[in-house]
Design a protein around this ligand. Sequence first.
Ligand code: GTP
Ligand code: MG
Ligand code: NA
Length: 457
Amino acid sequence: SSTEEPELRSPILCILGHVDTGKTSLLDKIRSTNVQGGEARGITQQIGASFIPVENIRDQAKDLAERLKFEFKLPGLLLIDTPGHESFNNLRSRGSGLCDLAILVIDIMHGLEAQTIESINLLRMRKTPFIVALNKVDRIYEWRPCRNVDIRESLKVQSRHAAQEFDSRVKDTVAQLAVQELNASLYWKNPDHRKYVSLVPTSAVTGEGIPDLMVLATQLMQKIMAEKVTYRDELQCTILEVKTIEGLGATVDAVLVNGVLSEGDKIVVSGFGAPIVSTIRSLLTPPPLRETRVKTQLIPNKSVKASMGVKIVAPGLEKAVPGTSLLVCTEDDDLEDLKAQAQSEIDSVLNDVETSGVGVSVQASTLGSLEAFISFLKKIKVPVANVAIGPIHKKNVMACSIMREKDPKYAIMLAFDVKIEESAQQAANDMKITIMSEDTIYLFEKRLEDHFNAIKE
Ligand code: GTP
Ligand code: MG
Ligand code: NA
């Protein structure tokens, strides 16, 4: 027949969850790597992308896929690891804003924890579909490990006691998710993937449930979200991190969602201050099954096709705003139009403020974290008058000081995960402007409450 199936790209899967639930370990198991072992105190502090080719997934999920007669049609999965430590809200926000599907990792022995709930709220806010990996099943008392098998096979051989503990822990998690107003079900009992969140019991140590995780993620993308992963030529590329690297200069770690990037491409990027125009010097990718944040072994490419994690080397990128899009200026494009487009991406968030002009001043490190912060402040009904991305400069304090006349209780600056320049702190002291600085969104709630209460008294 002449009906050609559309070309599919690899879906972008973000791994989210509370600290030490096993996010990096699950990825390590899938990749056969040991990134977790190389991390300081075993804590992830960066966001990283790794490409898992379909051959590798087929191989790992062979038995399960055969039993389910499941056919892999996607070229692979692009997995994004995020930190679970409470300080890295900005990276969780950036990862969740970018992915097609999220894997929320919950420790079956602990149930829901603070950053589990935070992650659920982020995913909800962005309407990102997700599945749950109920990890560390091997820690259930008397659990008999069955290496790398799918979870239902493993459940068949468990003792009555282990099976009972498993059932009761699953029930507890389902109940805790219900408190968060989420319906959840073990994935093979899920009556409707649009209404119930699927739970996949896993172990990053024994590999149990990992075939299930990969089959389920692929299945959902192929069946329910095929349109989302249909490859498109139109470039879509998001900047995750900005780093200056010795020998390379300014680089950005980006996720190429759609389209092609090539060496020598003229690019336009949103910058702190003004849009940045530059030329791609080199495009580096990690080998398959490795990660962008691992320094060694990066491979130079003439061009890269979506979807893929790439490190882009280009002069002037040190002022790029993480969380924004990278644009390519072709011969047909008007450079000024693209610069305006890059600016407008930031402006839409920067302009999301009280029209009355009365409210607090807010600053965050990235576009994604600023969006999350503004949304949080709306929820707790704190009006916002001024917003900015990046470190607090004296001029930001000056802008805030206007509020002393308009409504003094709002003459405060909220610094979320950003540096405060010394001159800015000095100006704030001189003008008696309070700067509240936190690296976790939720810590602001109590501080704001205390601040407003103190003024009432
Ligand atoms: P952060 O990135 O710091 O948020 O942590 P993480 O979610 O990536 O967890 P990580 O992979 O660092 O694992 C934390 C600890 O749990 C390590 O000691 C792992 O060896 C252990 N661990 C992870 N998964 C499992 C599992 O399935 N079973 C058991 N028994 N231990 C696990
Ligand atoms: Mg980790
Ligand atoms: Na950890």
